[in-house]
Write a protein that binds this ligand. Structure first.
Ligand SMILES: [Zn+2]
Length: 452
């Protein structure tokens, strides 16, 4: 037995802010004029990332393991004689190729040939009883037509907990990709359901998810895939899905937190929490665009990175829904409304800042914060500064924030910068909408927030 490290390259999908500037011609003939343009867009890029997986291997394979692997190789390709197969196996063993079963460093077709030689692996074994040479049974792949409607999934309320079933739809490509990991789609889904429930329980959410049904379809069109992001009906279609290509993929546990994030949308109706993050030139220069993260929103499965926790402001809302017994609400997401923030919030500063001028700034679409203050004032002699949260977040509250989970990722208004004038330059503090939601939960409509 020995332990070795195997390198695997994965593709990470990352969001990058890109500045676009240039000139363009508009019009025809004598009417042509040249305009310059400048804007920032967010693009997604695939970047390779290498991770190392520790695997423990039998060294060398026992004669029985070798014979078993040889039999499978012969059965797989009877056009080649046994001796050639044996030599090829020995060569692969010498190269150490049998030591990893984690794609993509080994071909899926080799997987069950080498499996008998792997004594145990560092990856938690989701397939305790995979029988070598006996791949999982071919599922019945349906050919679906235009009538491929989601199941009517109903939530179940029991003992103060709401259970939400998920309909997972797997196409053939997805099936092959999951099988290549050494697990069946059933095991893959159950592992993710278990992980999601661990996160919900640890976060104090009175909701659980459960396997509703897994449907195997030959392929799905985008129409059949459906508008999952607003339907919240519990269906999660996996079209040509490869977990190893997801930015949330953790090979050690075979869990894709990216998938759990999407269930956060489709099953729980949660918003993205990306919008709270702010990038700028630096913490000292928050008004200039840049790539330094100067403020991060709450740790959340719905943010980046995918922290294994539901943000506290959403916990309260999910628990309200669970307590009311409300089921899936198509086209409605868990969002913040005026009822979720205090009517009045007192910001309490260190008394040493009394009498100082304050300016409040929101994010600038170009990056960083807008230098033009949204609000100005002076800290009172007792260190207080009173604000009206509904006017601070009117852009979120007035927009149809309850109909789009992505609303926060588009708004510039989720996080604000408070600049306090000082003798040697301004001092900066950050607040986001979740601070106000949590203050109201703790204290009610006349909440105070300590600024430090
Ligand atoms: Zn999302």
């Amino acid at each position: 037995m020995r332990t070795i490290q195997v390198a695997n390259t994965f593709i990470d999908r990352i969001a990058v802010d890109v500045d676009k500037t240039g000139t363009r011609e508009i019009g025809e003939g004598a009417l042509v004029r040249t305009e310059t343009y400048s804007y920032t867009v967010t693009e997604y890029r695939d970047e390779p990332r290498t991770e190392y997986v520790t695997v423990t291997v039998a060294d060398p394979p026992t004669p029985e393991q070798f014979d078993e692997a040889l039999a499978i190789a012969c059965q797989r390709d009877p056009t080649v004689d046994e001796e050639t197969h044996a030599l090829a196996l020995i060569e692969k063993i010498e190269q150490g190729r049998f030591t990893s079963h984690t794609p993509p460093s080994i071909a899926a077709s080799d997987y069950d040939v080498f499996l008998p030689m792997i004594a145990s692996t560092a990856t938690p074994c989701l397939t305790p009883d995979v029988t070598v040479g006996c791949p999982p049974p071919e599922p019945v792949f349906e050919t679906v037509d235009g009538s491929f409607v989601p199941l009517e999934l109903e939530v179940r309320n029991e003992g103060g907990i709401q259970y939400r079933p998920i309909e997972m739809v797997v196409d053939r490509t997805t099936y092959d990709n999951i099988i290549a990991l050494g697990v069946t789609p059933e095991e893959f889904m159950q592992a993710h359901v278990d992980e999601m429930n661990t996160i919900l329980e640890a976060s104090g959410v009175n909701m659980r998810v459960e396997v509703g049904e897994i449907r195997y379809v030959e392929s799905m069109t985008s129409d059949q895939r459906g508008p999952w992001n607003v339907s919240n009906s519990g269906r999660w279609p996996l079209t040509s899905y490869d977990p190893t290509g997801s930015s949330g993929w953790t090979p050690d546990t075979l869990i894709d937190t990216g998938l759990l994030h999407e269930w956060g949308h489709s099953v729980l109706g949660l918003w993205d929490d990306y919008g709270f993050d702010v990038h700028a030139a630096s913490a000292d220069d928050p008004f200039s665009p840049g790539s330094t993260k100067i403020y991060a929103g709450p740790a959340s499965l719905m943010g980046v990175p995918r922290d294994p926790v539901i943000a506290p402001w959403a916990v309260a809302q999910l628990n309200d829904i669970a307590a009311a017994g409300t089921g899936y609400q198509p086209h409605v997401a868990v969002g913040v409304t005026e009822a979720d923030i205090p009517d009045r919030a007192t910001l309490i500063f260190n008394p040493s800042l009394a009498g100082r001028a304050v300016t409040v700034h929101f994010r600038d679409p170009a990056g960083g914060f807008d230098e033009d203050a949204y609000l100005t004032g002076v800290i009172s002699p007792d260190g207080r500064f009173v604000v009206d949260p509904s006017s601070l977040f009117e852009n979120i509250l007035d927009a149809d924030s309850t109909s789009s989970q992505s609303h926060l990722s588009r708004t510039e208004w989720g996080t604000m910068l408070i600049a306090v004038e000082g003798a040697s330059g301004p001092e900066y503090f950050y607040l986001d909408m979740t601070n106000f939601v949590e203050a109201q939960l703790d204290q009610g409509n006349e909440a105070s927030i300590v600024i430090d």
